[in-house]
Design a protein around this ligand. Structure first.
Ligand code: FAD
Length: 311
């Protein structure tokens, strides 16, 4: 599927997607191959592959996205950021993505390096995600392939860390959609009220594209503390207390994380979200439990009427 097709799906047949990242080592790649194989068996609609801040893992994004499609028959998406790329270099990456037959791009600004507070755009490059989206649409237009790429952008239910307030952040989100984004994928969150409030505000601002909730199952308390401190998502008090009580017991921490994710996902599905995007952290066993419990992906009941409109 491509991102522009979300409207063909429904509450009865939500889109299920996973996100993985390119590992740094050969061993990590070997391990990821097995993880992708297991994830593919869960029947996702597509898998996205992140784009590293700089350096060697960048080329791996397209390599892994291609492998997902060719070896496992699952649609994939390449993330692409503004970090360290001039407009010409972005064109080269886009041409490689096109050449590989990948149709979806998650277009993201990227983060400043750890030693910088503000994002400094590369020479002849871009400062904001909206500019990257505009660049991709102009690339298509120049090559008479309008609408070829499905484009997703990031949205922040708890506000982006750098934004002065939520209204400003949503106005900036609107710029990305007006530039040509098909869908918004949210940053991870642990309280669904953040997502529901965000969708309300986004709709009031006149943004109509699908807003796909992003969920990260917690596998370890330490790891999630590190991740949330970087991205600004908050851990609700009740969940934090449970994790503190389980501290040091990996099995317990993992079970708390999986139950939390299932609870959030169920409520979101019941509310009629167009899909669920899981940040799977390059692991698959926990996703098997989650997907099976939700009865989505290849675990959808055969009696379910999930024929796609238009297909
Ligand atoms: P933008 O939309 O450009 O916004 C960044 C900040 O600038 C916000 O505070 C916004 O309010 C503000 N802003 C936007 N436009 C304007 C304007 N015109 N004038 C003034 N202010 C403005 N990082 C990676 O390195 N690789 C990845 O693959 C990756 N994938 C991600 C996928 C998802 C779904 C998400 C949610 C995040 C991802 N990230 C990734 C993290 C991302 O790089 C950071 O969250 C980054 O800080 C913001 O990226 P953005 O595209 O949302 O930024």
């Amino acid at each position: 599927m491509i991102f522009s097709e979300y409207s063909k799906y429904s509450k009865e047949r939500p889109v299920i997607s996973f996100e993985i990242f390119p590992p740094k080592t050969i061993k990590g790649m070997e391990n990821l191959y097995n993880v992708i194989s297991d994830l593919a068996k869960l029947g996702p609609d597509y898998i996205t592959v992140t784009y590293g801040a700089m350096g060697s893992t960048r080329d791996k994004t397209l390599e892994i996205a291609t492998l997902i499609k060719s070896n496992f028959g699952v649609d994939s998406a390449c993330h692409l950021t503004c970090v360290g790329s001039s407009r010409n270099e972005l064109d080269t990456v886009l041409s490689n993505i096109y050449g590989a037959g990948i149709r979806n791009i998650v277009a993201i600004r990227g983060d400043p390096p750890l030693d910088q507070i503000t994002f400094v755009p590369p020479e002849d490059g871009y400062k904001y995600g909206s500019e990257l989206v505009r660049h991709i649409r102009a690339y298509e237009e120049d090559r008479q392939m309008k609408g070829y790429f499905g484009i997703a952008v990031g949205g922040y239910p708890e506000k982006h860390l750098e934004a002065k307030d939520m209204d400003t952040d949503i106005e900036n989100l609107k710029l990305k959609v007006e530039a040509g984004a098909d869908i918004v994928k949210t940053q991870l969150f642990f309280e669904n009220s953040h997502y529901f409030d965000f969708v309300d505000r986004v709709r009031r601002a006149g943004i109509t594209v699908p807003i796909i909730p992003g969920l990260m199952p917690i596998l370890s308390a330490k790891q999630i503390e590190r991740i949330t401190s970087m991205c600004g998502s908050t851990i609700p008090h009740e969940l934090r207390v449970k994790l503190d009580e389980a501290q040091g017991n990996n099995g317990k921490e993992r079970n708390i994380g999986i139950s939390q994710c299932i609870k959030q996902a169920r409520e979101l599905l019941d509310s009629g979200v167009p899909g669920l995007h899981f940040y799977v952290l390059n692991k698959s066993e926990h996703m098997k439990e989650i997907i099976q419990s939700l009865g989505v992906g290849s675990f959808r009941q055969s009696s379910e009427k999930h024929a796609l409109t238009n297909s």
